[in-house]
Design a protein around this ligand. Structure first.
Ligand code: GLA
Ligand code: ZN
Length: 661
């Protein structure tokens, strides 16, 4: 099977050609080095608005024509960006409405990027004009491979009059009457009742219903802006795929809502390698994010940006150690990426990112460690091109929901420290990662889970969009569902369920929760599993059984003898409820028993991709020491190295192998 973009894996970078128009020798060197680095694609034009439209209505495409031609002549493809990631100064000066207004009503001055009012009619008008021109000009250009719409949209809250009035319209559609809205938001609390739509400002953090709706609105409004600015691209170049690059969640956007409108998901991954001794913990997190983005369309995604070396926005960013660049690039491929791309091709001479890692540094040579690492990745990708288009096959889904994350963030519990929703989802995922079991990541808008055997849903605080019914259907038909503490507290409007938690999940779980038991760091509450005591922390709940049975009890502590983990038969399947935040060891043991599988050696990850009869097995060592792995590989061909190994392989520090069956 081939990738629908190119018959091979894409390898390239963000290329800011327009910063070097006075340096033709640099351009010449770039194209020489691109070939040497085995690159086949460049993302271009990302922040080029002021070069494309230096004065209002005066356009200059000359440089971009040259760049497109030159890419084509050199056998490279263009991922062409719309320039709306940052706006030209003249625009902010002439039309202040394009600049955001902060929560105190103060308009921001021109500066930085990713910070425009997305409701502003002027900003929309200008974006559509430039995108129209780009699409018309390059629609038949042979280098044009796909559209990179804007750059890293974020929630970008703006409190200008345009935004607030769009929010009020959004609310009118959702609630129809102001009475409905008052009920949904429980506005009698602290006397916040609204008598008219025009009284609503999204500035009151004490009204949780208002806050969650404001976040939903800002996400929707960003999607609306994306659709507006990409309309010319869709109309003029219907054959050219569109993406917009996502970031590590959570940035206040519900990316799931974007997924149906992009042709391929892309994201920018910047793991903080070598920051902690155990790099594999960073690998778990990164694997989770890759799986999330693959799961959004259940299709290969693009690693649109990664650093070939350091970043420059961390307190400390350690240069990638030997092999790490290849390993982290192939980790993305293992989890479903069909591309390895970088920020940035060449370090800029000035500005905030001049010391950010790049394929080509200010030294500008091919002899450095980083350039060689990139070249090595290019060579490796050429050897595994046939993985393009292949997918994962997994029987496990982890539920992780953005809106739930927002609701948990707004909530004011008895314990507000370490709510750690995302971290908790990742800690459950970690147990599967350690066993080499692949997972999809799904959100609460999912309408059908029945293709999975096991679904894990930590902290389902907000039961929204009928996810309770989807869970029931899944378990009825034989699925195994694991749910934890802090579940079934509020509905879609952030109103607590009367009758207490776990609200609409009670029958499914066969329990009721009397109360939550908050732990301070010095409080001890153990949970007993197979006769051994394990630590719990932060959150736990006082559970009573209705139809469930206890499979593990709490030990010493206030919850002594009460149910710690319960199991309930429901239809053809069953549910488990985990009443406390448990030690990772115990989480691992629980899922080990559920899946009847052992852990791999520490720091080893095994991930598979499938296409037709072919199976690709990626074996990765995230340890800084050599590590041995037992694996049935007799008769399998290894695609990267010439090594002939039999059922036991020794991976060098940060080593990786790719087997094909
Ligand atoms: C983001 C942006 C890039 C660059 C990198 C730096 O991903 O999209 O333009 O700023 O961060 O890490
Ligand atoms: Zn605005």
């Amino acid at each position: 099977m081939t990738n629908y973009l190119l018959p091979k894996i894409l390898h390239g970078a963000d290329y800011n050609y327009e910063q070097w128009l006075d340096y033709p020798e640099v351009h010449n060197e770039d194209f020489e080095l691109m070939k040497k680095a085995n690159c086949n694609v460049m993302s271009i034009g990302i922040f080029s608005w002021s070069k494309l439209e230096p004065k209002e209505g005066e356009f200059d495409f000359d440089w971009l024509d040259k760049l497109m031609d030159r890419l084509h002549e050199n056998g490279l493809k263009a991922i062409l960006a719309t320039p709306t990631g940052s706006k030209p100064v003249w625009m902010s000066k002439k039309y202040p409405e394009v600049c955001r207004v902060d929560v105190n009503g103060k308009r921001e001055p021109h500066g930085t990027r990713h910070n425009h009012c997305r409701t502003s009619p002027k900003f929309r008008e200008k974006s559509v004009i430039i995108n129209n021109l780009l699409a018309n000009r390059y629609k038949n250009h042979p280098a044009l491979l796909m559209w990179h719409v804007s750059n890293e949209y974020n929630s970008c809250e703006c409190y200008c009059n345009h935004c607030i009035s769009a929010f009020r319209d959004w609310l009118r559609k959702r609630y129809v009457s102001i009475e409905n809205l008052n009920k949904a938001w429980w506005t009698t609390f602290w006397s916040h009742t609204f008598s008219d739509w025009d009284e609503i400002d999204p500035v009151d953090k004490s009204v949780h219903g208002l806050m969650i709706d404001w976040q939903r609105f800002t996400s929707d409004q960003t999607l609306d802006f994306f659709l507006t600015e990409s309309a010319p691209l869709r109309n003029i170049t219907p054959q050219i795929p569109i993406t917009t690059n996502f970031m590590k969640p959570d940035v206040g956007l519900d990316y799931w809502a974007f997924a149906p409108y992009v042709d391929i998901i892309s994201w920018d991954s910047y793991p903080t390698w070598h920051r902690e001794e155990k790099n594999w913990e960073e690998a778990v997190k990164t694997g989770f994010y890759h799986d999330l983005f693959r799961s959004m369309k259940e299709k290969p995604f693009m690693l649109m940006e990664s650093s070939p070396n350091v970043t420059n926005w961390q307190g400390v960013s350690i240069p990638k150690r030997d092999n790490m660049h290849l390993l982290s690039s192939l980790q993305a491929i293992a989890h479903g990426s069909d591309t390895v791309q970088y920020f940035q091709w060449r370090q800029s001479r000035g500005g905030e990112e001049k010391f950010h890692g790049a394929v080509v540094t200010h030294g500008g040579t091919e002899n450095g460690r980083v350039f060689k690492g990139v070249k090595q990745v290019g060579e490796a990708l050429n050897k595994i091109n046939s993985v393009c288009g292949s997918s994962s096959r997994t029987e496990v889904a982890i539920m992780y929901d953005f809106q739930n994350e927002w609701a948990i963030a707004h909530s004011q519990f008895a314990r507000n420290e370490e709510k750690n929703y995302q971290k908790t989802c990742i800690s459950h995922y970690e147990s599967f990662w350690k066993m080499g079991i692949g997972c999809d990541i799904k959100d609460f808008s999912c309408k059908d889970l029945t293709k999975y055997k096991i679904v894990v849903a930590p902290m389902v605080y907000m039961v929204r969009d009928g996810i309770d019914e989807v869970f029931k259907e899944f378990v009825k038909k034989g699925g195994i569902l694991v749910i934890t503490y802090l579940s079934g507290y509020v509905d879609e409007s952030d109103l607590c369920f009367l009758g207490g938690s776990p609200g609409p999940l009670k029958e499914l779980l066969g329990i009721t929760v009397e109360d939550s038991e908050i732990l301070n760091d010095f409080n001890k509450q153990s949970l007993i599993w197979n006769g051994e005591n394990y630590n719990t922390s932060h959150f736990s709940e006082r559970v009573h059984l209705t139809t469930a049975k206890v499979i593990a009890k709490f030990g010493d502590g206030v919850l002594n003898e009460l149910p710690g983990i319960t199991e309930n038969e429901y239809g053809l399947g069953k549910t488990f409820f985990i009443a406390s935040r448990n030690d990772q060891n115990l989480t691992d043991l629980f899922y080990g028993k559920l899946c009847n599988k052992n852990k791999l050696p520490e720091g080893i990850s095994i991930v598979e991709r499938f296409s037709g009869e072919n199976r690709y097995i990626f074996v990765m060592n995230f340890n800084s020491e050599s590590t041995e792995v037992n694996l049935e590989i007799d008769g399998l061909s290894e695609l990267l190295t010439e090594k002939k190994e039999k059922n036991k392989i020794t991976l060098e520090p940060f080593g990786v192998r790719v087997f094909k069956q």
